[in-house]
Design a protein around this ligand. Structure first.
Ligand SMILES: [Zn+2]
Ligand SMILES: [Zn+2]
Length: 268
């Protein structure tokens, strides 16, 4: 299974695109502005989109992508999987024939371009041979993360926290999985810890508390995502300090790196 990082920033600027990951060639996790890096042909190959939540930085390019692929997708809808809250928000506030056409009824109600599929935290879906599990998240609105693994027997899991703050339930589940790599958000630096707490995001200080939940003996690379462009350098230096502080003679610090748009991972 391949993961291509289309966008992993908490906001936009040149070279910074918001959250979207392409899984192999036919599945997306979130549809932030990173989707704009796909060619039309690549967009046409996507059958399933799993959304973490309804915030704009995670859905911004879904409506525009639909417009790009509309003419060639009649009879082959894009399946959107998300919490009921997320799907309701999309329908009510975006695909409402005001902000954008209601593609769940277009071009005809019988052959829509978009179909909605509810999932709940803990649900497991099969998607073209892959297994997708909705992980718990603690955010300002209902949200999930995802763990995905390929069809090969014994394939390891790629895990993505989505937007979240302190999340003990996530670690209980992650500690049960054979994790290849983990993408975890750290949206704010420590100087903005109050804002991070209010908006239910992580800062490096709280990230340190979270990483302490990783079960002894478990080691896998951890990639930091969702940093604000204005804060990325500060967050990076605070993460470097965090890693040094977590180093123990009997327990090496976790491997922490910043995620970049364009990164590609082979999860095998
Ligand atoms: Zn959010
Ligand atoms: Zn976000």
């Amino acid at each position: 299974m391949k993961i291509r990082v289309l966008g992993c920033s908490g906001a936009i600027a040149r070279g910074c695109k918001t959250t979207s990951f392409l899984v192999d060639h036919d599945m997306l996790i979130d549809a932030g502005t990173g989707v704009g890096d796909l060619t039309r042909e690549e967009m046409l190959r996507i059958d399933d989109l799993f959304l973490t939540h309804a915030h704009l930085d995670h859905i911004a390019y879904l409506p525009l992508m639909l417009d790009t692929i509309a003419a060639s997708r009649v009879g082959r809808p894009l399946r959107v999987h998300a919490l009921p809250h997320t799907l309701h928000a999309l329908h009510q506030h975006l695909f409402n024939d005001l902000i954008w056409p209601d593609f769940t009824r277009l071009p005809t109600p019988d052959t829509p371009l978009l179909t909605f599929h509810e999932l709940r935290t803990g649900d497991v879906r099969q998607c073209q041979g892959r297994t997708v599990e909705a992980l718990p998240a603690v955010h300002s609105i209902p949200a999930v993360g995802y763990a995905v693994r390929g069809p090969e027997p014994g394939a390891p899991w790629w895990a993505f926290t989505g937007d979240t703050e302190r999340n003990p339930a996530l670690w209980r589940r992650i500690n049960q999985l054979d994790v290849h790599s983990l993408f975890i958000e750290t949206a704010f630096s420590n100087r903005e810890r109050d804002l991070a707490r209010l908006s239910r995001h992580l800062s490096p200080e709280v990230l340190g508390h979270e990483l302490a939940h990783i079960a002894p003996g478990r080691r896998y690379p951890i990639f930091i995502t969702h940093t604000k462009p204005s804060e990325t350098d500060v967050i990076l230096s605070e993460i470097t300090q965090l890693r040094a502080a977590m180093q123990r003679p009997d327990r090496p610090a976790p491997e922490l790196r910043l995620l970049h748009a364009g990164d590609v991972f082979d999860i095998v």
